[in-house]
Every structure is written in C-alpha cells, then in structure tokens.
Write a protein that binds this ligand. Structure first.
Ligand code: SF4
Ligand code: SF4
Ligand code: FES
Length: 829
C-alpha cells in the first residue's frame, strides 16, 4: 500500500492508502469517538458516533478510507449535535445501576455520556421486558446492552465461532415524530437499536462455543460479563500486572488484575485477566485459566538440601517447555558445568525440525508470524489441530477469511466443525495419518514455481499427473426453425387471412463431448473432495498473499526430516510466508537455548515432569517451584518475540536460581540471566527491566524484542525423499490432542476451566458405535493401555478420537511412539 498524507483538524499525518480514517487518527493520537468499531474487524456502522467531515462530506471514520490529500474535520456543530443525540439515545431506559455494575469505572457509556455533555434526556420509548440470561461462563443482561454488536463482531471476525447474533427485541416502534425532529444519524441508529438485542445463533438459550470470553472483554458496558468475575470487584480497585500468558506458544499479552484476597487476607489474588482486545484476542485458557499458582509455599530447607544432593547425584535433567528462557539458560549453564543430559522430547523434535528446515532455508527460524498470516488472503494449514494447538493461529486464519475475504485449505485427519464453519471459503481435506508428506508435495505441485524448483522434484511431481479423456455432458443452445401459422391483414382489402412463416428460436440441448483432463493422483491419495480443483480455482481468484501454517504433527513424524525440507522448499519456491507452531509455551525458546539429548541417563531431576527427584510448580514434587504467574522472566512466542512476563502473585519458596547458586553459579535474581540469553541464537543482550510490554495506538507490538533470524550456511543439496505410499496406520485412529482451552497440568489446575479428562470422541463416532459418553473404557495398543472415561465432544467430528495430555496422570503419551497418531482399541471396562 502507498504512503499518503492526510490532514486531520489541521494536523498533517502520514498513513497508508486504504486505511480507515479512524485507524489513521488513532495511530496519530487524534481522538475520534467510536463505539462499535473493533480494530482488525469489519466495520458494522452500528453506533454512528464516529461521524467526521472528510472533504466537506459527512462520513463514518471507521468505514471511510483515507485518500491522499484528504482534509478531515473531527468536530462540527452538526456532528456534535448528532453525537450528543446518539448518547442520549443510548441512555434511554438504561438502568441506573452503575453502583453495582461490573463495568462501572471502565464503562464507555459512562465515559461518552460525560464526554458529550449529556445532562438531559430528549427521547423516550416504552421499555420492554429484557430479562437476563445465564450463558454458562457468561452472563448477558439485555437491559444494559447498547446493541453496539461488538460481541457479535469479535466472535465472528476474530474468534470464528459465530455464536452470537442480533435477535428481535419485541419493542414498540419509535414515535414517527422522531424521524422528523431528531438528528438523522441518531434516529437511524436508534431505530435499529430499538429492534434488537443479542441472542445465540444456535437458536437456543444454551451457549455452546469455544468459551474464550472475548465477547465479554470487548463489551463496552456491563451487559456481557464473565460469570465468575461478576460482583467481585470494582475496576478501580484492581492493580494491572502486565504479563505474557504462559499456556501456549502464542504468548499473548495479558494483564493480571489483582487485589487483596479478602478483608482478612491481604495476599494478592488474581480476579481476572484482561487483554488489549483491539490487538490481541485471548482463548479461554488465557482468560480463565489464571489461578494455577503454587500457593502457600515457604522455604523448605530440608527439601532444598535434598534437591542439592539430588543434583549432585543426577546425570539427567528432564523438563517441559513451560519454563522461562531464563530458567532454560540456568539449566543449560548447569549442563555445561556438570555435563547433565538435558531431556525434553517435544522441544528436541522441534529443534531437529527447525535444524532440518534450515539446511535448505538458510535461516534458523521460519520467516513469518501470525500477524502476516492474518494479513494474507490465502492460507494453507498442515499438521496441526489448529484450534487447540495454538488458538491465535486459528484466530489469524479466521481473521484472514472474514476480514480479507480470504480462502484456505485445511489439511488434517481430524474433522473439525469449528474450522469448517469459519467460512464457505475454507476447504478441509481430512487425509489419513502419515500422509503429511503427500500434502506438502501437493502444495509444491500446485503452487511452486516449476522453473525454479529442482528438476528431480518437478519430474517426480509429473509422475502423479495423467491426461485422461472423459465424456462430459453439456447443455448448449441450439437454433431451431419453426413453421408457425400467423393471421395477417391484407393492406388493400383489410381482410384477415392465415399464412405460414418461419421463426427461429434458441432451445437448450444436452450433448456429450469428450474432453482431456489432467488427473492428479496426489489428490486421489489424499481423498480430496471431488470438487477440490474447481473450488481451488474459485478460492484463488484475486489472491496475492499466501501463508503456510505447519504444526506439531510434523515434528514427530517418522519422516520429519523430509517434511522439514519440503516445508523449506515451499517457502522458497512457492512464495508462501511460513509459520511453525511451537508445540508448547516456550518450545521455541528452549529449542534455541538448550542443547538437548535424546535419552536419559541413570538418575534424573524432573522439572514439572516426574524424575527421580522432582521440582514442581504444580506443588506435587519433592521441592516446590514457582508457576509462570509467580515469576519474572521471558517467554519466546510463535511470533519469534521474546516477551517479558511479571509475577502477579508472590512466591515464598526456593527457585531454580537458588539451586544453581548452591551449585556454583551466581545470580541475585533469575532475571539477571535475561541479558545473557544467547545472542548467537538471535537473542539480544538486554536487561529484563528494559523490556517493554504494550501495544501502541497504531497496534504496533512493543513487547520485548524480536529474535534475530540468524543465517546458516546452506548446502546446495535440495534433494527430498519420495512419498512412501505403503506407510499407514490401520485400525482405530487415536490422536494426541487436547480439547480447546486445555494445554497442560497448569490449565488443568485452574478452577474456572472445567474440561473433563478422558478420551474425546465425536458424537458421530458414538452414534455409530456401542459406546456411550461417561462410560469407562480401556484404550489399548501394543505400546500400553490406559483406562479412562468417554467424553462426548461436539467440537470434533468423524472417526478419529483424541487423547489429551492436559492431565499427565492419564499418561496418554504411553500409547504413542513419537508421532501424534496411533491406532488403539477402545473397549468398555
Ligand atoms: S452485549 Fe455488549 S458488546 Fe454486545 S451488543 Fe450489547 S453492549 Fe455491545
Ligand atoms: S465466549 Fe468466545 S466463542 Fe463464545 S460467544 Fe463469546 S466470543 Fe464467541
Ligand atoms: S465506530 Fe464507526 S459507526 Fe460505530
């Protein structure tokens, strides 16, 4: 987009051609009132308060695009009159309950009513019964709702659930006199508002969504609130701690809102999690899964002494990626000093995948991030159950589909109704497990520049194509001549007589014809839908910006090396921007900082995982450790940012740094390690306290810093292995995946996240089997067996069942030998 100059209220500002006036103003700290507009979403024109004058014409700033040289005035007498009338209308029949309303103190209705100087009411309409609704984790009070539709927009354009809509209010029509007497925009807004309230798209009063809470977060008033937070605190009592969510690799910026626990207990407690919803959307785990701290821990000197003894005895440290970069560095330093094997299987797989990818790409890291995915208009997703692996990747995909009128291909064995219902421009190809290589070859085949792609690969791809003659039926228009009898009048005598005349007309005719078609066996191997090519052709119209998201299914695949190389070739020769989803919270950080080993030795320390001596932030080990919400440190996100996080809650016990000090390292605070993170891997030598954590008004992410994507010497070898068509998994397919909102034992510990542990089975599968939800079953294969309960899951479809990892006691991993799919029998106990 071209840079342009516009003038707002006499101030010259730079923006981009096509940017909305409102966004351009906000980016330059110019205030234009706006209620219904959400950055990153489509304008809905529900509130009309953002009226401005652009080149002498009244326009809505959230919907009008800036043009070079445009002159904008944000306030005129007419506009001020409209705005004041709009606010008066919003105040009609609004209950006077600010004293007990959750939003009081941060309510946009309060703020704008004051801003517009509303001190009297000119309008009235009879109120109708607008009773409250309990929608599970949300409470909706239509009495407070100003029908700005921000909740509807966030759910549709950002989240992709599409669970909310406007429904009829059942109110009396407005007095017709208002049409003449009121300011035009205020009347139009009121007329629409008076007809609606918010309801559920499923037509019931039971909200069945992915429970992210984003709709309540964006609500400008107290109409839609989190049930758990309701009546717990006034906004002004809460202290905001800027942090980074510790649950997945998205690394969303959050605020922990804390205050004392009760009159008797001055200890801080987290009451809610807030986000800068204009720039980042949270999932339910980030929003509701906040009370996972390791509480009431004091310094246990005996346990600490035992820990030091255990470290002296150990040859292995096993750990998960739910640790900060600083802790990862402490472990690496201990490894260098004492020769420990550092074992973290999932991070090791990701590390190897990145390494194999970089052999061809020449860079240590993938080239893109989720911001670019959201800005693109054609997305391909491979090897990830996107909604649960990284909710922000799902939101970026949905945002591209809805706001950029994008299109997408979603390759995955697990059928996902949430993905399928995002848009009619997304096509799911539910291929079989172990066919990820075939998928990547198909992408090369469809999109790579064959002039540049290595010749052996071009030749190999050609072997999948055959020209075939097929007979197709077609309807053509054929000219036929009809003899019709017409009555004509003799011009001389005036007598009528009948004559036969020839008339031609076009009639439809079915014909068969033979055509040559290119049959692509890759599509057949993947069981792609019959209309794949036809749909793809439609999808690709007017698309110019392509992204590829790849996920954890690839990192543990038996042919992961080949997959990593194919992914690099796609990025290089098919002009796709590439994002990889790191498996867990800080998998990317760990994979850069730690030199990991494949196998453990004789005696292990476990950190947040069972070892011979266990350090645990879950409070179930031999020595307690702080959870992420009790720590200062940094986490490396999917967007390749090193984001700072702060301690929301106090922690009284020993930390990893104390153990390291006792073993001969030396640091006063854990965050003393921040500046020592390895610059050779792209980190910066920056002090923790200098790391910012906020968004600008222009939506720029000023958080920590971006990793430098270090170059690697590349080999000229771009060879890849061919598809092993014999590789398959027979039987009942089981997939290692969590339900949405659950990631680990930490989310499992959070009281507001209530997903059950068990084997997750689709309603479709249960209907076609003898099994029922709630029954105890044995899931068994040659690797092991586990006994658990059936959970019916309407967020998945088809025959693939899911075993979650969010409760490590279930030990789901025991059934898998690396790759995320396996086969197992499921029998009633
Ligand atoms: S519930 Fe809130 S966000 Fe939704 S329409 Fe009502 S006021 Fe707007
Ligand atoms: S909680 Fe999330 S998914 Fe559910 S209705 Fe609200 S925005 Fe939509
Ligand atoms: S913000 Fe523009 S119409 Fe509401």
């Amino acid at each position: 987009m071209d840079n342009i100059t516009i003038n707002i209220d006499g101030k010259e500002i730079q923006t981009q051609e096509g940017e909305y006036i409102l966004n351009a103003a906000r980016a330059n700290d110019i205030f234009i009132p706006a209620i219904c507009y959400l950055t990153r979403c489509s304008p809905t024109l529900a509130c009309r308060i953002c009226l401005v004058e652009a080149d002498g014409k009244q326009v809505y700033a959230c919907n009008a695009k800036a043009k070079d040289g445009m002159n904008i005035t944000t306030s005129t007498e007419t506009i001020e009159t409209e705005r004041r009338a709009i606010m008066e209308v919003y105040d009609v029949n609004h209950p006077l309950q600010c004293g007990v309303c959750d939003q009081s103190g941060e309510c946009e209705l309060q703020n704008y009513t004051l801003e517009m100087g509303v001190d009297s009411q000119s309008y009235a309409v009879k109120d109708v019964d607008r009773s409250s609704h309990d929608w599970g984790h949300l409470h909706y009070d239509p009495g407070l709702c100003i029908v700005c539709e921000r909740c509807v927009t966030a759910c549709k354009d950002m989240i992709g659930d599409n669970s909310l809509k406007t429904i009829p209010r059942g109110a009396d029509a407005l007095d017709t006199e208002y049409k003449e007497s009121m300011p035009k925009d205020a009347y139009a807004m009121w007329n629409k508002l008076n007809k609606s309230v918010i309801g559920l798209t499923n037509g019931t009063d039971v909200l069945d969504c992915t429970s992210c809470g984003e709709c309540a977060a964006v609500c400008p008033v107290g109409a839609l609130v989190d049930t758990e937070f309701m009546y717990k605190s006034n906004a002004w009592e809460l202290k905001q701690i800027p942090a980074t969510c510790g649950h997945c690799s998205a690394g969303c910026q959050i605020y922990y809102d804390v205050k004392h626990t009760s009159i008797d207990n001055p200890e801080d407690k987290i009451y809610r999690v807030m986000n800068e919803w204009n720039y980042v959307s949270l999932c339910g785990a980030g929003r509701y899964g906040f009370d996972y701290q390791n509480a009431d821990v004091t310094k246990d000197d005996t346990a600490f002494a035992k820990a030091i003894e255990a470290f002296k005895k150990a040859d292995t440290i096993k750990f998960t990626s739910t640790i900060t970069n600083e802790e990862a560095l402490i472990l690496e330093n201990l490894k260098e000093k004492y020769g420990y094997k550092l074992v973290n299987k999932e991070a090791h797989s990701f590390q190897k995948f990145l390494h194999d990818y970089s052999d061809i790409s020449g860079t240590r890291l993938y080239g893109s991030d989720l911001k670019e995915v959201a800005a693109s208009n054609f997305i391909v997703s491979v090897g990830t159950a996107i909604k649960s692996d990284n909710p922000n990747a799902r939101y970026a995909l949905n945002n591209s589909l809805t706001v950029n009128k994008g299109a997408a291909l979603y390759f995955h064995p697990l059928k996902d109704p949430i993905v399928d219902e995002m848009s009619k421009n997304i096509m799911s190809i539910n291929h079989k497990p172990l066919q990820e290589e075939t998928v990547l070859y198909l992408i090369l085949d469809l999109f790579a520049d064959k002039e540049k792609l290595p010749k052996e690969i071009v030749d190999y791809l050609a072997t999948f194509h055959t020209m075939k003659t097929i007979t197709v039926e077609e309807t053509i228009k054929e000219k036929v001549i009809e003899i019709v009898t017409e009555t004509q009048m003799d011009a001389d005598t005036g007598e009528e007589h009948e004559v036969e005349v020839e008339k031609s007309k076009m009639v439809p005719k079915k014909i068969s014809k033979e055509v040559e078609v290119d049959e692509n066996r890759l599509l057949e191997l993947l069981s792609a839908p019959a209309n794949f090519s036809e749909n793809l052709e439609k999808f690709l119209k007017k698309k110019d910006s392509f992204s590829l998201i790849v996920g954890p299914d690839l990192y543990n695949h038996p042919n992961s090396k080949n997959l990593a190389r194919l992914v690099a070739l796609i990025e290089k020769y098919a002009n796709f921007k590439l994002v990889m989803i790191p498996t867990l919270t800080n998998t990317l950080g760990v994979s850069l900082i730690n030199e990991l080993s494949e196998d453990e030795g004789q005696y292990s320390i476990g950190y947040n995982t069972q070892g011979d001596f266990t350090l645990s932030a879950l409070g179930d080990g031999d020595l307690d450790m702080p959870a992420i919400n009790q720590q200062e440190g940094t986490l490396t996100s999917i967007n390749k940012r090193v984001n700072p996080t702060n301690a929301a809650l106090s922690y009284g016990g020993y930390v990893l740094k104390d153990i390291a000090n006792a073993l001969g390292l030396n640091a006063e605070y854990t965050i003393d390690y921040t500046k020592d993170l390895p610059v050779t891997k792209g980190f910066k030598a920056e002090n923790f306290d200098s790391l910012p954590n906020y968004y600008t008004n222009a939506g720029e992410e000023i958080r920590g810093y971006e990793l430098k994507n270090m170059g690697r010497r590349i080999s000229s070898d771009e060879s890849v292995e061919q598809i092993d068509e014999a590789m398959k998994i027979d039987g009942n397919i089981v997939y290692l995946a969590n339900p949405v909102r659950q990631f680990s034992d930490f989310t499992n510990k959070a009281t507001n996240l209530d997903e059950e542990i068990g084997v997750y089975i689709s309603e479709e599968f249960l209907n076609n089997s003898e099994l029922n939800a709630g029954e105890r079953v044995k899931v068994k294969n040659e690797n092991g067996e586990i006994t658990t309960t059936i959970v019916s899951d309407n967020k998945i479809a088809g025959d693939v069942v899911c075993l979650p990892t969010f409760d490590s006691k279930l030990n789901s991993e025991a059934l898998f030998s690396g790759y995320r799919f396996t086969s197992a029998s499921i029998e009633r106990v």
